[in-house]
Structures are given as structure tokens and as C-alpha cells.
Design a protein around this ligand. Structure first.
Ligand code: PEP
Length: 238
């Protein structure tokens, strides 16, 4: 089965109601009938309004709790995201792993909670700069991969080398190709599994990254905040 291409934007802690004009802008900037799936993960406050304004763009949460409901002040469950109109949720982003001490076991539980609620989890894995310098990047990513994914069902993997996120540094196409091939060989359902690359993807480097055989799309942070940049990346994937 041919794998679909997915261009996913992660707005992180950015965006107010006025940002929703983004969806209309994308509609005018991208040729109708583009052959890729497009997704935006706005902050939780905008999930419902974004789902209403999205013009066919999938909407994702940026995180969810492992539980369906309960005494967890400030948290959001996968069922709540689904109820607000989300179809996907990002779990295990490196900023969650570093800012909130999330471990792969918790990430797997979140991915399972997402699946139970009817959402597709986008599970992030990636090595630190010192792991790559020490040549242990595949070991680190392999361990994260084994421990973070539910094994069965629908899920997407995003390979995001931590040192390339928000830094303007991208992994070389050779390194991206090698890691994606490794992930495909290791993850359950590898042949049909969508594997995205993330880490300073921009309009000027998107085409060469998205052209790689084992890259099925991109998880885009900074460049997803500006409709013209995000539209250029969608066009590069089409
Ligand atoms: C991200 O937030 O997942 C990301 C890849 O960010 P950026 O594109 O800004 O590096």
C-alpha cells in the first residue's frame, strides 16, 4: 500500500483567535487538490475553533494525558481533544520529554490513550546532539521507538533529532535517509508506517528532505506559523 505524505505543523505555545485566518490563507496559497495530507496542531485553546475553520486540514492536539478523565488539573485527555474536533495528537515531543520529564513508557501510554479515544498519535523520537557525536544515535532512537509505541493500530512516527529543533540546523539528507530506513526496519508495520522528519524544515530545504524514499512527510515547528512558509512546504511535498 502506498504511504501518504503528511505535512504537519506544530504551533507549540503560539496562536490566539486572530491566528485562525491562517486556514483561509493556506486555502488561497496552495493549489486546490494538492495530493498530500495537511495537519496543524494549534495550542489546546484553539483546537475547537481551528477544527471549525480548518478547510479540510487535520487538527491535532500537542499532548494528551494518559487517563480519560479525572483529577489532573491543567491536563487534557485524548477524549476531550477528539470531542473538540481533533483527529490526531502529538505525543513525546522532545519539549515535553525535556520540560515535563516525560519518559518513553508514559509516551506509550499516551499513544494508547489516543488510540482508545479514536485519535491517531504522532509519536516523536530523536537523539540529543551528544548522542549523535558519540555515535549512539541509532541505539537511542531504537530504544525510544521500542518503548514509546503501542505496537498495534494506527500511529505515526516523527523522527526529530533534538539538536535540529528550532535551531536552524537540519540533519544531512544522508543522515535522515539512514535513520528513516533504520526506523522503518524496526517499527511494527514498518512497510506501511508513516514516518515524518522534523527539525528546522523550511521552504528552502523541504523538497530534498521530502524526496527521500523513507520520508513520508514533515513535522514543522517555526515554519508552520507563517502561512506562506507552510504553504511552500506543502507545495514542495505535492
Ligand atoms: C518541532 O517543533 O517539532 C520542530 C521540528 O520545530 P522546528 O521546525 O522549528 O525545528
Amino acid at each position: 500500500m502506498a504511504r501518504r505524505m503528511l505535512i504537519a505543523g506544530n504551533w507549540k505555545m503560539n496562536g490566539l483567535r486572530q491566528s485562525l485566518g491562517f486556514f483561509e490563507e493556506i486555502r488561497t496559497l496552495v493549489e486546490p487538490g494538492y495530493a498530500v495530507d495537511v495537519l496543524v496542531a494549534p495550542p489546546a485553546t484553539l483546537v475547537q475553533a481551528a477544527a471549525q475553520a480548518s478547510n479540510g486540514i487535520f487538527i491535532a492536539g500537542q499532548d494528551c494525558h494518559v487517563a480519560e478523565s479525572g483529577a489532573h488539573t491543567g491536563d487534557i485527555s485524548a477524549a476531550m481533544l477528539k470531542d473538540a474536533g481533533a483527529t490526531h495528537v502529538i505525543v513525546g515531543h522532545s519539549e515535553r520529554r525535556s520540560d515535563h520529564g516525560e519518559r518513553s513508557e508514559t509516551v506509550r501510554q499516551k499513544a494508547e490513550a489516543a488510540q482508545s479515544a479514536g485519535l491517531v498519535p504522532i509519536i516523536c523520537v530523536g537523539e540529543q546532539e551528544e548522542d549523535r557525536r558519540a555515535g549512539r544515535h541509532t541505539d537511542v532512537v531504537g530504544e525510544q521507538l521500542d518503548a514509546s509505541n503501542p505496537g498495534n493500530g494506527d500511529f505515526i512516527i516523527a523522527y526529530e533529532p533534538v539538536w535540529a529543533i528550532g535551531t536552524g540546523l537540519t540533519a544531512s539528507v544522508r543522515d535522515i535517509a539512514a535513520m528513516h530506513e533504520f526506523i522503518r526496519g524496526r517499527v511494527a508495520g514498518g512497510a506501511s508506517r508513516q514516518i515524518l522528519y522534523g527539525g528546522s524544515v523550511k521552504p528552502d530545504n523541504a523538497a530534498e528532505i521530502l524526496d527521500l524514499d523513507d520520508v513520508d512527510g514533515a513535522l514543522v515547528g517555526g515554519a508552520s506559523l507563517k502561512a506562506s512558509d507552510f504553504a511552500a512546504i506543502i507545495s514542495a511535498a505535492s
